[in-house]
Design a protein around this ligand. Structure first.
Ligand code: HEC
Length: 131
C-alpha cells in the first residue's frame, strides 16, 4: 500500500473505530434512559394511587381472588403473605408488577387489569388484616 493510499483509508478506519466505540455507549445510554423512565413511571403511579382514599370494603370484594393464593390468615406456603403490609409498600409492589419492573408472571397478570382505585382498595384492605 502506498503512503497516499494509507492516508486515504484513514478516515474510514477512524470512522469505523468511532462507530464501534460509540455504539455500545449509545445502547447503554438508551437502556439507562428507559430504566429512568420506568422508575419515574413507578413513582408517578405510586404517588397517584397513594393520594386516593382506598376503600377496604371494595378491597375485600376484589381480594377474594387474591386469597386463593395469598392466605387470609397471613400464613406463608411459598407464596408471600400480604396481610398487614403497609399501604405504601403494597401499592408500590403492585405498581411494580403492573409496569413489569417486578418480573413475576402471575402477579403481572393479576395487576395488569387493576386500575388505580382498585389497587388503592386492595392495599387498604390487606393492610387492615392481622399479619
Ligand atoms: C395465582 C396465585 C396468586 C394470586 C391469585 C395473587 N398473587 Fe400476589 N403473589 C403471588 C406470588 C407467587 C408472589 C411472589 C412473586 C414474586 O416472587 O415476586 C406474589 C406477590 C405479591 C405481592 C408482593 C409481596 C411482597 O412481599 O413483596 C403482593 C403485594 C401481592 N402479591 C398482592 C396480590 C393481590 C392484591 C392479589 C389479588 C389482586 C394477588 N396478589 C393475587 C401469587 C398470587
Amino acid at each position: 500500500m502506498t503512503k497516499s493510499g494509507l492516508v486515504k483509508r484513514m478516515p474510514w478506519t477512524l470512522l469505523l473505530v468511532a462507530a464501534m466505540t460509540l455504539a455500545p455507549a449509545r445502547t447503554s445510554l438508551a437502556t439507562t434512559t428507559a430504566d429512568g423512565a420506568a422508575a419515574a413511571e413507578v413513582e408517578r403511579l405510586t404517588s397517584d394511587i397513594l393520594s386516593l382514599d382506598g376503600d377496604p370494603a371494595y378491597g375485600e370484594y376484589l381480594g377474594g381472588e387474591c386469597v386463593t393464593c395469598h392466605q387470609r390468615s397471613g400464613a406463608s406456603d411459598g407464596i408471600p403473605p400480604i396481610t398487614g403490609l403497609s399501604v405504601d409498600y403494597a401499592v408500590r409492589a403492585l405498581v411494580e408488577y403492573k409496569l413489569g419492573i417486578r418480573g413475576n408472571e402471575v402477579m403481572k397478570l393479576m395487576t395488569a387489569r387493576l386500575d388505580e382505585e382498585e389497587i388503592a382498595a386492595l392495599a387498604a384492605y390487606f393492610a387492615g388484616l392481622e399479619p
